[in-house]
Ligand binder design. Structure first.
Ligand SMILES: C[S@@+](CC[C@H](N)C(=O)[O-])C[C@H]1O[C@@H](n2cnc3c(N)ncnc32)[C@H](O)[C@@H]1O
Length: 300
C-alpha cells in the first residue's frame, strides 16, 4: 500500500461507534487508503464481513487481502444494487468518510488542489464524463454563479463567473493555474487562498454531484440497515454535515418529519450521542482533520 495515501480521521472513535456485532456485516462506503477498513477488520471476529466501496480506480491499489473483505469499485449512490449483487440484503453498520482523500488532493494530475498545476479534472471516478474542464469551459454564466454560491458559498460569485466567461472568449481555461489566474485579480491578497478553496470546492462538488449522491446514499443506508444497526458519517463541510444532520433528525432533506394524529414523528433513525470533532492533538497532526464532524445514528 502507498504510504501517505490517506491518514484516516477520527479512526478509533468512528469504528468504536460503528461496531455493535463482532461477527456482523459492515460496509465502508469510502475505502480510500483503507485506514478505516483495516481498523474495522481488526475489530471484527472471524465470521464478520466487510464490504468496501470506492469510485476511484486508484483506491484498488490499497485492497486488503483478508477473506472477510470485498472491495467494490463503485459509487455509493448504488449501495443497495451492489450489495444485492453480492447477496447482501441487510447490514449491521455503515461508515461514510465523505470527500476527497489526501492522495486525490496531492496528485497534481487529478486537478483537485489550488496549490499544484494540473489539468482541470477533479473527477473522483476517472471514467466519468463530466470533469472540471467542462464545468469551467462550457457552463453558462448563470450556472456558474449558482454552483459557486450554492456549493462554495463564494462571495462575489457574479464577478468570478463573469471573469471566467471573459477569459473563455479569448482562450479555454485548461489548468488549475489558468483558473487561479482568472480569480487572482478579483480578490484581495489576504482572502485569495480562502476564495480559491471555495471555488475549487464548488466545482468539485458539481463534477462529482457530491450532495446528490449523499442523499441517495442516506436513503438507501436506512433501508439496508438492520434495526439497531449503526450509520457513522464523517463530513468535511457544512453542506455535507447539514444533509446528514437533517436526515437523521427528520428522515427527509426538505421540510419536517411526518407526524400522526397524536404528534408521533415518523423518523427511521435516532441519533447516538452528539456531534464529535477531532481533538487538538489530531488536528495538529493531520490538517485534513480540522473540519471533520462525526455523527452517529441508529436504525429504529
Ligand atoms: C476521505 S477519503 C476516505 C479515506 C478512508 N476512510 C481511509 O481511511 O483511507 C474518501 C474516499 O471516498 C471516495 N468517494 C467519495 N465519494 C464517493 C462515492 N460517491 N462513491 C464511492 N466512493 C466515493 C473517494 O474516492 C475517496 O477515496
Amino acid at each position: 500500500m502507498e504510504i501517505n495515501y490517506h491518514n484516516p480521521v477520527l479512526l478509533n472513535r468512528s469504528v468504536s461507534e460503528l461496531i455493535t456485532q463482532k461477527n456482523g456485516v459492515y460496509v465502508d462506503v469510502t475505502f480510500g487508503g483503507g485506514g478505516h477498513s483495516k481498523k474495522i477488520l481488526k475489530s471484527l471476529g472471524v465470521e464478520g464481513k466487510l464490504y468496501a466501496f470506492d469510485q476511484d480506480q486508484d483506491a484498488q491499489q490499497n485492497t486488503l487481502s483478508d477473506p472477510r473483505f470485498e472491495l467494490i469499485e463503485a459509487n455509493f449512490k448504488d449501495l443497495k444494487r451492489y450489495l444485492k449483487f453480492h447477496g447482501v440484503k441487510e447490514v449491521d453498520g455503515i461508515l461514510a468518510d465523505f470527500g476527497v482523500s489526501s492522495h486525490q488532493f496531492d496528485d497534481e494530475r487529478r486537478g483537485f488542489s489550488t496549490r499544484f498545476e494540473g489539468q482541470l479534472d477533479m473527477r473522483m471516478d476517472q471514467t466519468s464524463l463530466l470533469s472540471a474542464y467542462e464545468v469551467v469551459n462550457t457552463y453558462s454564466e448563470q450556472q456558474l454563479i449558482s454552483i459557486l454560491k450554492l456549493y462554495g458559498e463564494v462571495k462575489g460569485a457574479h464577478k468570478i463567473a463573469s471573469a471566467i466567461l471573459d477569459r473563455r472568449e479569448k482562450c479555454s481555461i485548461d489548468t488549475t493555474t489558468d483558473l487561479n489566474e482568472v480569480i487572482k485579480p478579483l480578490v484581495p491578497e489576504r482572502f485569495l487562498n480562502k476564495v480559491l478553496a471555495q471555488v475549487f470546492q464548488a466545482i468539485r462538488i458539481e463534477v462529482n454531484q457530491e450532495l446528490e449522491v449523499i442523499k441517495l446514499f442516506l436513503e438507501q443506508a436506512v433501508d439496508i440497515l438492520k434495526p439497531g444497526g449503526r450509520l457513522v458519517c464523517i463530513s468535511y463541510h457544512s453542506l455535507e454535515d447539514r444533509l446528514v444532520k437533517r436526515f437523521v433528525r427528520e428522515g427527509v432533506f426538505e421540510g419536517y418529519a411526518e407526524q400522526d394524529f397524536f404528534g408521533n414523528r415518523f423518523v427511521p433513525m435516532k441519533k447516538i450521542g452528539g456531534l464529535v470533532t477531532p481533538d487538538e492533538e489530531e488536528k495538529k497532526l493531520n490538517s485534513r482533520a480540522r473540519s471533520a464532524k462525526l455523527r452517529t445514528a441508529e436504525k429504529i
